[in-house]
Design a protein around this ligand. Structure first.
Ligand code: ADE
Length: 230
């Protein structure tokens, strides 16, 4: 999969996406990540990317002409044109189903907004969708873009290696994970549940399922309500 990111801060992406699963996926060519500085597409010698909002209000708005120029240039670099996603708190919430859908695209173009927002005409005419990573406001779309890339890249075939599969994780069936333990079986008097130490496969599976349901009911009842699982 190719992912192009349009941002005012390409340097913000160096580090988090260089290590672990994502770093490996990039090194192995499963993920081709390209960072583009929106400012390179400004039309004036001051490299202006934002302006005051029509109708007043505080803060600055990212300019439609600059963003459009940046997007056209990036799209022209390769085929296919890509699925264009603007990161914004106004977007559709990033959940597991959306992550899986996005992972199915051969190319994503992520637009990380800054300042008070993006000129709505860019969102309306140039983007395929707006995505939010949660009901809180960050200063820009860079961290949300990284969150999206991380979540999506784990679903690329081969990214997690042979043993692991995102199909077996939390949310794959709409439930949270059961608790996990490793050795020692006892530490400072804190013990691992007896059933896990017994080796009775069916009982262990039942226990895990019960734990997942209980946790989900206690912590995220909305997940159960969402798809009437209970
Ligand atoms: N930009 C600022 N806050 C955001 C959020 N919660 N999700 C996506 N993009 C954002």
């Amino acid at each position: 999969m190719r992912v192009d990111v349009l941002t005012l801060f390409p340097e913000a992406f160096r580090g988090p996406l260089d290590v672990s699963v994502i770093g490996r996926a990039r090194a192995e060519g499963l993920l081709d990540l390209r960072l583009h500085d929106i400012r390179d597409h400004a039309a004036d010698r001051h490299r202006t990317v934002d302006d005051q909002p029509f109708g007043g209000g505080h803060g600055m708005v990212m300019k439609v002409d600059v963003l459009d120029a940046a997007l056209r240039a990036v799209r022209a670099e390769a085929e296919p044109p890509g699925h264009v996603v603007c990161l914004s708190p106004q977007g559709e919430l990033l959940r597991d189903a959306l992550v899986r859908e996005l992972a199915g695209h051969p190319r994503l173009v992520l637009v990380a907004g800054r300042y008070e927002g993006i000129d709505e005409r860019f969102v309306e005419h140039c983007a395929d969708r707006e995505v939010s990573i949660g009901d809180y406001v960050l200063t820009g779309g860079e961290l949300p873009a990284m969150v999206l890339i991380e979540a999506v890249a784990r679903h690329l075939p081969g990214a997690l290696g042979d043993a692991a599969s995102p199909r077996e994780e939390s949310f794959a069936d709409g439930l949270l994970e059961h608790p996990q333990y490793t050795r020692p079986a006892e530490y400072r008097g804190w013990t691992v549940p007896e059933v896990l130490r017994g080796g009775h496969h069916a009982e262990i599976e039942r226990w895990k399922r019960e734990q997942r349901l209980r946790r989900t009911r206690e912590r995220r009842p909305d997940l159960l309500a969402d798809d009437a699982r209970g």
